[in-house]
Design a protein around this ligand. Sequence first.
Ligand code: KG4
Ligand code: ZN
Length: 340
Amino acid sequence: MRIRPFITLGIESSCDETGIGLYSSEQGLIAHQLFSQVEMHAQYGGVVPELASRDHIQRAIPLIKAVLSDANLKLSNISGVAYTAGPGLAGALLVGSSIAKSLAWSLRIPAIAVHHMEGHLLAPLLKEFRPKFPFVALLVSGGHTMLVDVKSIGEYKILGESLDDAVGEAFDKTAKILGLGYPGGPALAALAEQGDETRFKFPRPMTDRPGLDFSFSGLKTFARNTFAKYPNEKADIAKAFEVASTQTLMIKCRRAIEKTHYSTLVVAGGVSANQSLRQVLNQMGKKLDVEVFYPGQEFCTDNGAMIALAGHLRLTKGQSSVGNEIIIKPRWSLEELEAV
Ligand code: KG4
Ligand code: ZN
C-alpha cells in the first residue's frame, strides 16, 4: 500500500498579511496564497491593529479554500495545521490560532504553534539548494533585527538584537519622513537607486564598540535632520540611509561569523528583499569564503508558505501543541523553542 504524504496547512496572521500555505512531505510547497492589507492601512500611515484582526477574519477561510483548490485537495487531505502563535499583534494572532485549532479539532489532526521568526529563519529551506546547519542567521523584519546562532532547527541562541527600532521599522519611518507613504521600505529602496552615495554620510550605529547588538533609531533622526536642511535631496538622503543601515548589518554579520567560525550565513525577513543589502552581504561572503542564503524574493516578507514549512518540520517529528485551548504568544523569544 502506498503511504499518503503528510500535508501541512500553514496559517500566518501575525500582522497585516493573511498568508496560507500547503507543504507536502513528497512535493514540498504545493500551493500558497497571500492577501496583503497594505492598501487598507496605508491611509492611516501604519498598521491599525483592530482593522488588521477584522480583515484576517474575512480573508482567512476563503484563502484556505482557494489554496486547497489550487492544489486539488480537500480538507480531509490535510495531515496537520501550523499557525503563527507569536510574536505579533494579539488580535491578529487570535484569528489564525482560532481557525487552526478549530480545524485541527474537527479534522482530528495535530496543530502546532509556530514562532513567526522561526518561519522567516527557515524560509530559505523552501528552495531546492538549502543551507546546512550550523549557520548564522540575520533576521531583518519590520518588528525584529537579530543575529542568531542556529545549531539546528529549534536550537537558537540570540547573539545580538536591536535595542530600539528594527531595521525594517527604521526604513519605514525614514520613508515616512521623506513623504514616501506606507510601508516605506521598498519605496525608499527604489528612491535610493537614484541617489548619490557620496553626497551625505550617515553614521554606522554601534559599530565602534564590541558586541552584536544594533540600534537604528538614530539613523532615522539623522535622516529627519538632514531632510530639514536639504528638502530637495530626497534621493541622496534615501541612499545615505540605505548605505549606512546595510553597512552596519554587514559589519555585525562579519563579527558574528568571526565569533562562531561558521561558514554559512542565512538572511531572512522583509528587509532581506533589499538588493543593496544582498550585494553588500554577497561581497562580504566572497571575501570571507562564507556562503550566503536568502529566501526567494516572494518569501522574504510575511507569507503562509514559511509557516507551513516550519510547522511541517516539527509535526513530522511528532511535535504538536496539545489541548484545545487557544494560546497566543504576542511576546515570545526564539530561545524558548524546543529543538527538533
Ligand atoms: O518580515 P516582514 O514582512 O514583517 C515583519 O515580520 O515585520 O517585514 C516587513 C518589513 C517592512 O518594514 C518593510 O518596509 C521591509 O520589511 N521591507 C524592505 C524591503 N521590502 C520589505 N525594506 C527595505 N528594502 C526592501 N526592498
Ligand atoms: Zn515577518
